[in-house]
Design a protein around this ligand. Structure first.
Ligand SMILES: *[C@@H]1O[C@H](CO)[C@@H](O)[C@H](O)[C@H]1NC(C)=O
Ligand SMILES: *[C@@H]1O[C@H](CO)[C@@H](O)[C@H](O)[C@H]1NC(C)=O
Ligand SMILES: *[C@@H]1O[C@H](CO)[C@@H](O)[C@H](O)[C@H]1NC(C)=O
Ligand SMILES: *[C@@H]1O[C@H](CO)[C@@H](O)[C@H](O)[C@H]1NC(C)=O
Ligand SMILES: *[C@@H]1O[C@H](CO)[C@@H](O)[C@H](O)[C@H]1NC(C)=O
Length: 264
């Protein structure tokens, strides 16, 4: 479940950032937000995010202003092109319960390649993961309310290779990252559906079970047989929320797309 987690993390990821914050006018529902209200909102968003982030090992000792600085810095940071092309993820839309649905195509991700490149690449990957986290956070605050909702996520593991999970340093790195962020992910994930998850993914999950514990109760795993999971997706989500290759509408259009070529 290492990758799952890494990716959950990546995906349960944020962009709350100064952008959101400077942009409160856009995201606030009523469209006319006074400067005073803006400032208040900004502070409330930081405070809410701080409450979530400090559940994790990485941010545990952060003061509120350290959280603010971190959010602003990550939001401004431009990831290397190579990482931007690591995988594609998108905000598909909002469920009937008004939860953001994120879809991530993680099957092609090679954490092993990053690990083999060494320490610096591993650090950059973690930072990129934080950026993803920030992007996801952004979707959680969209109603101009400082209250956070949770997300629903679909992880497409098609193409995931066994060589990712048989390489000890790679598994070790994945476990480390997982332990660091699992509590943040747990706090903002309502449910995750894994699709095209073949044997290598099972191996990952079994390996990570001790670290993930409770989080796994929110994860449903489906294999390569689309006849098993397409009906599930169709039951759970309205047609226009899922792309046609997962049984959704032909005119599917995501709210926003990140990574790879950031488009369809
Ligand atoms: C603010 O929102 C607008 C419209 O959604 C977007 O075009 C713009 O890029 C955003 N600004 C920042 C700084 O994110
Ligand atoms: C917002 O509301 C204030 C007070 O009601 C008004 O003076 C101002 O023109 C409004 N701003 C916009 C952009 O509508
Ligand atoms: C956080 O603070 C505690 C107590 O001061 C300390 O034991 C711990 O090592 C710190 N954790 C990190 C990640 O810095
Ligand atoms: C996944 O990897 C394969 C083989 O490297 C490549 O042909 C394919 O285009 C990749 N797909 C995506 C979505 O990156
Ligand atoms: C997952 O399965 C669906 C249906 O079989 C397929 O269309 C899709 O390309 C697969 N995803 C990947 C990343 O291979």
């Amino acid at each position: 479940m290492a990758i799952v987690n890494i990716v959950l993390i990546f995906v349960c990821s944020l962009h709350i950032t100064s952008a959101i914050i400077q942009n409160t006018t856009t995201i606030a529902k009523n469209g006319n937000v006074t400067a005073a209200r803006n400032r208040l909102y900004k502070n409330e968003v930081y405070t809410t995010a701080h409450g979530i982030l400090t559940k994790s090992e990485v941010f545990r000792n952060f003061s509120l202003s350290e959280t603010e600085n971190w959010m602003d810095e990550i939001s401004k940071w431009k990831a290397p092109k190579k990482l931007e092309a690591f995988f594609r993820y998108y905000l598909a839309g909002y469920t009937d319960d008004n939860l953001p649905l994120w879809i991530a195509e993680v099957g092609n991700v090679s954490v092993r390649q990053v690990v083999e490149e060494g320490e610096r690449s591993m650090d950059l990957l973690e930072k990129y993961g934080q950026k993803v986290l920030l992007n996801v956070f952004r979707s959680l605050f969209r109603n101009g309310s400082p209250e956070m909702s949770e997300i629903v996520a679909i992880f497409d593991f098609g193409g995931f290779r066994m060589s990712e999970v048989t390489h000890l340093p790679t598994i070790t790195y994945m476990m480390k990252i997982m332990k660091r962020y699992v509590n943040v992910v747990d706090a903002c994930l309502q449910q995750a559906l894994l699709i095209n998850a073949t044997f290598a993914v099972q191996v990952l999950i079994d390996r990570s079970r001790p670290f993930l514990g409770h989080l796994l109760e929110k994860v449903d795993i489906y294999g390569a047989n689309k006849n098993k999971w397409i009906p599930v997706l169709r039951r759970k989500f309205s047609d226009d929320l899922i792309p046609p290759w997962y049984g959704g509408a032909k005119n599917f259009k995501p709210v926003s797309v990140f990574g790879l070529n950031a488009g369809f």
